[in-house]
Design a protein around this ligand. Structure first.
Ligand code: BGC
Length: 376
């Protein structure tokens, strides 16, 4: 018979071993977990740097910052940004241009509302550069997707610039050449989205805006949206591309209109709405095929929903319009506009139908190619 004292020792010994094993598993488990995260981050950064050096396929990004993509227990995919990634902490270690994580992002101050880099009136250069020349010119600070964020302060505005597009290659080059330095000077955290309508059917500018809004929100929680024609270039950098309390009509004074607002309710060309404002008016109507009327419908939506249109003064909100072939005007635009009010709640973001053909994070812009479907 084993004496009770010996049994007691045996139990105590076993319990100690079990506790020690649990502690070891806990310790090594967390070390391994950290290692795994670091490895993922490092490999993504290596991919990022290789991509920036132009010789490999595109890495995975979340608006410029590398992302990790993992399978979760229930077999869904978890996409997470690598937190603490911040270009401001990037160090060039001579040969490898390795980017490091910012250990303490809160140390970076907020950017002032009005950037100290503003100049006021600026030149509009109409000399066309090739895409690779622009990439070389902006490549040291732009991130894939046509994205930028200040490196020495945290921007007050996270902005998506949504540009409806088809068949305006020269306008697009001038637009990109002008807008990137313009937006950077305003210390915005932004990305440019070019939303291209596939096919040759009538153009639907408003629907492309709705697509841009929807697709951009899949990439990032933008709070501010600037809906922007590709042929309009701002002439003064005090025209801030942020979202004030009320929806803002931005292209107030356009050269071809002799720098005068054609009519008080005009909301076309360039306008800014917060995410919440855009959702509350149900986005743009999807019913305007061909030129005209869709911006007037948006203006009516804004007013109907008890907002008012805000504007900068004419000496600041000045734009140059680039030349291009005129689109065919929509003969039904007036009747569609007049009936608009009946449809605000059923025609817009909630009735949007499209097929996403492609999304590409080019260095100068996020390209979204879509086929639009008329709402049933
Ligand atoms: C059209 C608008 C256009 C405005 C200025 C109006 O007649 O309906 O779509 O923005 O003219 O050109």
């Amino acid at each position: 018979m084993v004496p009770w004292g010996a049994l007691n020792h045996l139990y105590k010994g076993l319990a100690t071993i079990v506790i020690a094993l649990i502690a070891l598993q806990y310790l090594f488990g967390s070390v391994l977990e950290n290692r795994r995260t670091t490895d993922t981050a490092e490999s993504l950064i290596a991919q990022y740097n290789r991509y920036r050096n132009h010789n490999i396929s595109k890495p995975r990004f979340y608006q410029g910052a590398p992302i990790s993509i993992e399978k979760t227990n229930n077999n869904s995919i978890l996409i997470s940004t690598i937190l603490n990634y911040n270009k401001s902490q990037a160090t060039n270690n001579n040969s490898s241009n390795l980017t490091q994580f910012n250990e303490n992002p809160s140390a970076i101050p907020n950017c002032p509302i009005v950037s100290p880099d503003l100049e006021g009136p600026i030149q509009v250069n109409k000399t066309i550069s090739k895409i690779n020349e622009l990439e070389a010119q902006f490549g040291s600070w732009l991130q894939p997707g046509g994205a930028y964020a200040p490196t020495n302060c945290v921007s007050q505005s996270v902005v998506a610039v949504i540009v409806p597009y088809r068949d305006r290659a020269e306008n697009l080059l001038l637009f990109l050449a002008h807008m990137h330095p313009f937006l950077k000077k305003q210390q915005l955290d932004y990305a440019i989205y070019i939303i291209e309508q596939d096919g040759t059917g009538p153009f639907n500018r408003a629907m492309l805006m709705n697509v841009g809004f929807t697709e951009a929100l899949k990439h990032r929680q933008y709070q501010c949206f600037i809906f922007h024609d590709v042929d309009l270039l701002p002439e003064d950098d005090r025209n801030l591309y942020n979202c004030p309390e009320q929806p803002r009509h931005m292209s107030v004074a356009v050269d071809i209109f002799k720098y005068r607002l054609p009519y008080q309710t005009l909301f076309g060309g360039v306008c800014a709405l917060t995410r919440d404002q855009f959702i509350s008016v149900n986005g743009f109507s999807n019913m305007f095929w061909g030129w005209g009327g869709e911006d007037d419908d948006m203006s009516n939506r804004v007013i109907y929903h008890n907002y008012h249109i805000s504007r900068y003064p004419v000496n600041i909100a000045r734009y140059t319009m680039l030349t291009h072939h005129k689109q065919k005007a929509n003969p039904k635009r007036y009747e569609t506009l007049v009936e608009g009010k009946k449809r605000y709640s059923q025609d817009g973001l909630n009735s949007l139908k499209y097929t996403l053909k492609q999304t590409k994070f080019n260095l100068l812009y996020t390209w979204v190619l879509v086929e639009l479907h008329a709402p049933s």
